[in-house]
Design a protein around this ligand. Structure first.
Ligand SMILES: [Zn+2]
Length: 280
């Protein structure tokens, strides 16, 4: 088999004595959709959507909020920290690492501001923080966002990107899903709009609770949304799953979502929806 394998993976630098190397790493990124190399700056200018094939890449929580809200918004509720209640193996280290990498205390960012003319409260998941997992802190942050919505009677927007409940916090994580769902029922009683925006990926307890409880459940194109992974389902059912299963377009077709909206049109879409809901 060695015949077919390249023994040397290194591309040799030209031996012209200049010792010059061209640094291109970090400037380009390969799109997983169309396999083309895209200039990173171009991708960022295009809201992290591939300019060639339209594939939506993940966006961090702060970037998401900046994209949706008018300038002058305020980030809030960022001071809470997880206490590692179960002393779960390696959790403290993972938490510290995620905190150092993201500059956040946990996997969500709350903000108050305006979306177009509408004052709103936003809670956005940070997927790069332990998979956007919902533990006691994220649950409490969403609960506080709900409280802010209730107090000011401003619409609530939750942008999800999460693997689900945080296993390292055990039952304390699962309880957050019930707590948040109860809070959302209160918003419903008060007639305050709640819009859920599901982005890639939205899984587990998050898709099984608050992400699907919006007055409107809107997803980004191509987002993977489900309860458990396709491989686990296939192995359990011993059946091949249909093409595109768990993608937002498939879920829209099967009545699980209200709309699939491209990132560029999302803000305008949400603004129109809020105008409509406020008038109703
Ligand atoms: Zn592409």
């Amino acid at each position: 088999m060695a015949w077919f394998k390249r023994q040397e993976n290194e591309i040799e630098a030209p031996n012209d004595g200049t010792g010059k190397t061209v640094r291109t790493e970090g400037l380009w990124t390969k799109c997983e959709g169309c396999k083309q190399f895209i200039f990173k700056a171009e991708m960022e200018a295009n809201q992290m959507v591939c300019p060639k094939c339209g594939r939506h890449f993940r966006l961090d929580a702060r970037g998401r909020i900046a994209q949706l809200l008018e300038p002058g918004y305020e980030l809030v509720d960022l001071e809470l920290k997880s206490t590692d209640p179960l002393e779960f193996a390696d959790f403290k280290r993972k938490l510290a690492q995620a905190q150092a990498e993201t500059g956040l205390n946990d996997a969500a960012v709350n903000a108050v501001g305006k979306l177009g003319p509408h004052p709103v409260v936003v809670s956005a998941s940070e997927f790069s923080f332990i998979g956007g997992s919902v533990g006691s802190v994220v649950g409490e942050m969403i609960a506080r966002a709900i409280d802010r919505s209730l107090a000011a009677r401003h619409a609530l927007l939750i942008v999800s990107a999460s693997g689900g409940a945080r296993m390292q916090e055990g039952i304390a994580s699962l309880m957050q899903l019930a707590k948040v769902s109860a809070g959302l029922a209160q918003l419903d009683d008060e007639g305050i709009p709640y819009i859920s925006v599901l982005t890639d990926p939205t899984f587990g307890g998050v898709s099984a609770s608050f992400a699907m409880l919006g007055d409107l459940n809107v997803a980004e194109p191509g987002a993977l949304i489900g309860f458990t992974g396709a491989r686990v389902i296939e192995q359990t059912l011993r059946q091949k799953l249909p093409e595109g299963f768990q993608r937002s377009e498939f879920l829209l077709e099967h009545g699980m979502l209200d709309a699939v909206v491209p990132r560029k049109e999302m803000k305008g879409y949400l603004e129109r929806a809020l105008t409509f809901m406020r008038a109703a």
